[in-house]
Design a protein around this ligand. Structure first.
Ligand SMILES: [Fe+2]
Ligand SMILES: [Fe+2]
Length: 207
């Protein structure tokens, strides 16, 4: 199903400074907004994932772990240093930032995970876009693992409805729904967006 296109290679300077999983976790935990994000996305992810029959193969704890580790690549010291920048990143900085899924995958593989593991699938593919414009592989539509398509809606919703250093203001749930709808078929799987919005009040009661 997947084309398994190679993403851009991780530059040697990042490979040779690759942190352990524990260190990457500690680097991320030092950042307030990442701490919040890692506390709220796991529960939302589990509650939402239960709306998909195909996701019933995953235990709650595994999904929570996958959510907590999705941005583990940002725990690389080179990437963590970019997270507090309030201005728009320049091209070089953005290039480094966009390596976080590949770096995250590598950190997890180094810690003994395999590509098939939900944690790796989420970390590696949560920035792929439905229309093929995402990264690192540029997968399209159902080539993107379902678990990553489901997570990316949770990820975006959580980011929009909480404060971020690079953005003023916080979206209400309704405003966030409008954004999700605007980017269904480009960024997000339209069916996943539909399921999220239709089930949101029920999901919220389970949190
Ligand atoms: Fe990410
Ligand atoms: Fe995220």
């Amino acid at each position: 199903m997947s084309r398994f296109l190679e993403g851009p290679p991780i530059p040697q300077v990042l490979l040779s400074t690759m942190p352990s999983l524990l260190m990457a976790r500690e680097n991320l935990a030092a950042l307030d907004f990442m701490k919040q994000h890692n506390e709220t996305t796991p529960k939302l992810f589990v509650a939402f994932a239960r709306r998909f029959e195909e996701m019933s193969i995953y235990k709650d704890e595994i999904l929570e772990d996958a959510a907590r580790l999705h941005d583990i690549g940002k725990g690389h010291p080179f990437i963590a240093g970019l997270l507090s920048i309030k201005d728009k990143l320049d091209n070089a900085q953005e290039y480094i930032m966009h390596l976080h899924p590949a770096v995250g995958r590598q950190i997890l593989l180094n810690a003994g995970h395999e590509d098939i593991d939900p944690q790796v699938q989420v970390a590696y593919s949560h920035h792929e876009n439905w229309d093929g414009t995402g990264y690192p592989q540029g997968l399209r539509g159902e080539e993107i693992p379902l678990i990553a398509r489901v997570f990316s809606v949770v990820d975006a919703f959580d980011a929009m409805t909480h404060a971020r250093p690079y953005r003023k203001g916080v979206y209400t749930s309704e405003q966030a729904f409008e954004e999700l709808k605007k980017f269904r078929r480009t960024q997000f799987d339209p069916e996943v967006v539909k399921t999220f919005i239709e089930n949101f009040s029920a999901i919220q009661k389970e949190l």
